[in-house]
Design a binder for this molecule. Structure first.
Ligand code: AMP
Length: 282
């Protein structure tokens, strides 16, 4: 596996592959890799001739007071996982390589998709995500880019950006990888104390309670009923605070009154100081 720290270095390697008519898959990450990231790399390696991953903790997607400084970083460990899963090139730039002095152009997704769910408490988050993802697409020029359904709003916003800006890349959504007790794998799970980690499995149980309400209604349940079933289970979690529980259209992210195919049920919950997100699609 090649490690590149500069844009030019990535371009050199990828243009060599292009000359050989090889297809390129891309998996953007912030590092602290786990089985969720590994599954994206594996899928990319199955579907593309060459795989590029980026490991970059993107400062512009963190708000003031968020965990930019404490976000877990272990590049040596990440490289081992990437190589094992079939990654050919890892891009690990410094912040100044991506945001040099004078940087002043951002991609601003329209508020409809970013004013609810995670966007409500993280108002500039998706501006940072879209900006870095578009930059990375322009650097890597992938044929396909792989994103986890775990971050469902991010996936929807990136699909929208790719369509709106005619980006020549296919966006591929990949299923959420979970721990044995159902907790969605996340780099931020490392922040949980032992007790919090045990309690965190109840987020998945809460979603399952929501899913049951939908199943019992033959797929078409009142969103309020689904939200209240989920809320009931989450409110039993010690030291927890609900950020949001919402039923929205999975593509437009607009709220829906009744669930149906493609409805996204998404939650964000603080357990202690750690904010965790999870979701499922009907
Ligand atoms: P991050 O490093 O958190 O920015 O995540 C990088 C990519 O991995 C994003 O597309 C995430 O949606 C995806 N991802 C994170 N956790 C999981 C998971 N548990 N299952 C599947 N994909 C995931």
């Amino acid at each position: 596996m090649i490690t590149a720290e500069t844009v030019n270095n990535v371009r050199e390697v990828v243009s060599g592959w292009r000359r050989d008519n090889l297809t390129v898959g891309f998996v953007p990450t912030m590092g602290a890799l786990h089985e969720g990231h590994a599954s994206l790399i594996r899928q990319a390696a199955e579907e593309c001739d060459r795989v590029v991953a980026s490991v970059f903790v993107n400062p512009t997607q963190f708000g003031k007071g968020e965990d930019l400084d404490s976000y877990p970083r272990d590049f040596g460990r990440d490289c081992k996982i990437l190589e094992q899963e079939g990654c050919d090139l890892v891009f690990h730039p410094d912040v100044t390589e991506i945001y040099p002095d004078g940087f002043s152009t951002y991609v601003n997704p329209e508020a409809e998709m970013t004013c609810r769910l995670c966007g409500k408490s993280r108002p500039s988050h998706f501006r940072g995500v879209c900006t870095v993802v578009l930059k990375l697409f322009n650097i890597v020029t992938p044929d396909r880019a792989y994103f986890g359904e775990k971050d469902a709003q991010q996936l929807a916003v990136i699909r929208r950006m790719a369509a709106d800006l005619n980006l020549p890349v296919q966006i591929v959504g990949c299923p959420t990888v979970r721990e044995a007790d159902g907790l969605a794998k996340s780099s931020r799970n490392a922040y949980l104390t032992e007790d919090e980690r045990k309690d965190a499995a109840m987020i998945f149980q809460a979603l399952e309670a929501g899913r049951k309400v939908i199943d019992e209604a033959g797929g078409e349940a009142s969103s309020d009923k689904v939200v209240s079933a989920i809320s009931q289970v989450i409110s039993e979690i010690r030291d927890s605070r609900i950020d949001y529980i919402e039923a929205v259209d999975g593509t437009t992210l607009m709220p829906v009154e009744k669930t149906g195919p493609g409805t996204l049920i998404a939650v964000a919950v603080f357990i202690g100081n750690t904010r965790l997100i999870d979701n499922f699609t009907v």
